[in-house]
Write a protein that binds this ligand. Structure first.
Ligand SMILES: O=C(O)CCC(=O)C(=O)O
Ligand SMILES: [Fe+2]
Length: 317
């Protein structure tokens, strides 16, 4: 999925990728003055998209850790129709839970990780990480697959290699899909990407899914990423978006097959803001993560990024 070795003449996507890869800090990024920050969207670049509760009710949003309906905003990038962004729609504190799940649980067998390609598991990866300085082998974790496990060699989803996606991820993605009008969305596969500050993800299209009509839903957690979103050709200059913890990107319709990439991960000077929780309100929620428990997850996530990427693979009957 991630390899796109096609050499293209006049590759403007690559040109941008190289510019952003060299950036060292948030200040550098701001000086460049080209990357779109989602907290202050330029109406010349984005259209507001009307969300719809459709078959949902406020309670469905609440159980998925989302804010009340009227507080969730969605925008479409005018230059790339179908590319939607939902700037952090989560309740305060809910991101702690998602991060905990990605670090502690979602990589457990039968889910697969890149580490399984060359080592046998010996207990839970995160429990082992905490016994080591600086998380030890856990730093080598690059991806976990859920649902239909992706076969990276043959670039297909393996029909026979399926485990139900985690319920919280499945429910959350169904709710997000419904809000943008996809009432029958089936979250059938997912990739959880784990990035260090010097990781990159090169330009690619996600075209292994049989179903190209269902949107691809992507949730950013932890450190920030410069995300490049282009069109179906690399000869067009991509737009760069800064994705911060909690931001949701949706690739739908014409943007479903757009080239995209992550040239840069940056430690976010405002990262603490995304994980604050109102303890009185949150303690009753099933997703509550106490400050004490949060500490180790926080130490990892302040210098790493997690991306949860959910797809429908098959066509609806
Ligand atoms: O990390 C991201 O934001 C994008 C990940 C991605 O494109 C993928 O997993 O296919
Ligand atoms: Fe992708």
């Amino acid at each position: 999925m991630y390899e796109d070795t096609k050499i293209v003449e006049n590759d403007l996507f690559m040109k941008e990728f190289k510019i952003y890869k060299q950036i060292k800090s948030f200040d550098d990024l701001k000086k460049l003055n080209q990357c779109v920050f989602l907290d202050n969207l330029d109406p010349n670049l984005f259209n507001a998209i009307e969300l719809n509760l459709n078959s949902l009710n406020e309670e469905d949003l609440k159980t998925s850790g989302l804010r009340p309906f009227n507080e969730i905003k969605c925008y479409e990038l005018k230059s790339n129709p179908g590319l939607l962004v939902i700037p952090n729609p989560f309740e305060n504190g809910y991101q702690r839970f998602l991060i905990k799940k990605c670090l502690y649980e979602y990589h457990d067998p039968p889910n697969k990780t890149n580490l399984d390609l060359h080592m046998k598991r010996d207990g839970n990866l995160w429990t082992n990480a905490l016994k080591c300085q600086n998380f030890g082998e856990f730093n080598k974790l690059r991806w976990t697959t859920i649902g239909y496990h992706y076969d990276w060699t043959n670039k297909v989803y393996n029909e026979l290699d399926y485990t139900d996606p985690p319920v919280d991820v499945a429910e959350l993605s169904r709710v997000i899909a419904a809000l943008i009008g996809y009432k029958n969305y089936k979250p059938e596969a997912g990739i959880i990407n784990y990035y260090h500050l010097n990781s990159t993800l090169s330009a690619h299209q996600d075209h292994s899914e049989k179903n190209m009509n269902a949107p691809l839903i992507s949730i950013s957690l932890g450190s920030s990423a410069v995300f490049l979103i282009g069109t179906t050709t690399k000869t067009e200059k991509p737009v760069s978006l800064l994705l911060r913890s909690g931001d949701v990107v949706i690739m739908s319709e014409k943007a479903r097959l757009a080239y995209h990439a992550v040239p840069k991960i940056l430690a976010d000077p405002e990262i603490d803001n995304f994980f604050q929780q109102n303890n009185e309100m949150c303690q009753s929620r099933k997703w509550y993560v106490s400050d004490q428990e949060w500490n180790n997850f926080y130490n990892y996530i302040k210098i790493n990024r997690i991306n949860l990427n959910i797809r429908q693979v098959n066509n609806n009957d």
